[in-house]
Design a protein around this ligand. Sequence first.
Ligand SMILES: C[S@@+](CC[C@H](N)C(=O)[O-])C[C@H]1O[C@@H](n2cnc3c(N)ncnc32)[C@H](O)[C@@H]1O
Length: 353
Amino acid sequence: MLNQLLLYCRSGFENECAAEAMAKAEAVGLAGFVKAKPRQGWVLLNLYQPDGALLLQQQPFKQWIFARQWVACLPLLNQLPVTDRVTPIVEAVKQLPQCGIVQIEMPDTNDGKSLQSLTRKITSPLIQALKKASCLTAKDNLKMPTLHVFFISGTSVLVGISPANNHSPWRMGIPRLKLPKQAPSRATLKLEEAWHTFIPKAKWDQQLAADMTAVDLGAAPGGWTWQLVRRGMRVYAIDNGPMAEDIMATGLVEHVRADGFTYQPKQVVDWLVCDIVDKPARVTAMIAQWLINGWCKATVFNLKLPMKQRWQAVVNAKTVLTEALHQANLKRHQIQIRQLYHDREEVTVYIGP
Ligand SMILES: C[S@@+](CC[C@H](N)C(=O)[O-])C[C@H]1O[C@@H](n2cnc3c(N)ncnc32)[C@H](O)[C@@H]1O
């Protein structure tokens, strides 16, 4: 019986993840309740329907905003003997379908970090025991479910599964991106992560092509522009602040000192990206105008979330953007919203084909 769905999230966003979980369950006619403690980096959705978690996992994971990973899990295993944690974990895992790979994980919090040496130590003996018990295939098989062993303390663990090709492919739901040395700001990683998250790698050459044009609103000092230029695009960088010299030296960037909220492009561009920190409703209304006027073909932008009613702010933004796509008659465009690992008090939105 897999009626619990474990959701990993950014620490501090448990309430938003819980609100999202309840909304997703309700949308498919499932009832339940969420257990969420502040700043623990995960929430647990309990569904009244046996195997409710598996039913929910039939929906697309990429439409979740605050959940970094989802795991249909067994009841909590606690009081694991510190002398042998492996045996009870394997016994529990025997109730699950065979998996093709295992992720041994913990919450993305300071408490979680203190479990790193334990998870490192247990990895090899646990994998061996899981393979011996045929809980795991002998060789990694990404077409089979992923087994998650999620330590919440040294003696308690949640174990469960996520479906192949409908989950986050990254351990703990976190992509490990390296800050490129030449990039002018750390913010560069937000756009890079957005592409990894929203655009399948096989489509990068087509959707992030060298002959494309882009507008970057709130571009300075140029971390996002740097990503666009790295793909060979020509970029209009809109910001009253200074752009990094190196990026201007590429000859691919035109720096326009203007207000991003009133700037209009001279011709249609392939990409509009925007990292201006302002009220989400104001940014959303501006992006909606770009879509309705057909000024860009695709967009990635950030929404800085207010302190309160953050879930509602995201729901409102989605409503406005859905209406804009409808008005623009962009039937094949999709809206994806996600709190990326490199996002703090914000979410990133992708709208494109
Ligand atoms: C978070 S920073 C952008 C960082 C940038 N994406 C990067 O990767 O380096 C926000 C930028 O928005 C700019 N900004 C704020 N309000 C703006 C507006 N109304 N029009 C244009 N730029 C604006 C600020 O000057 C600031 O440089």
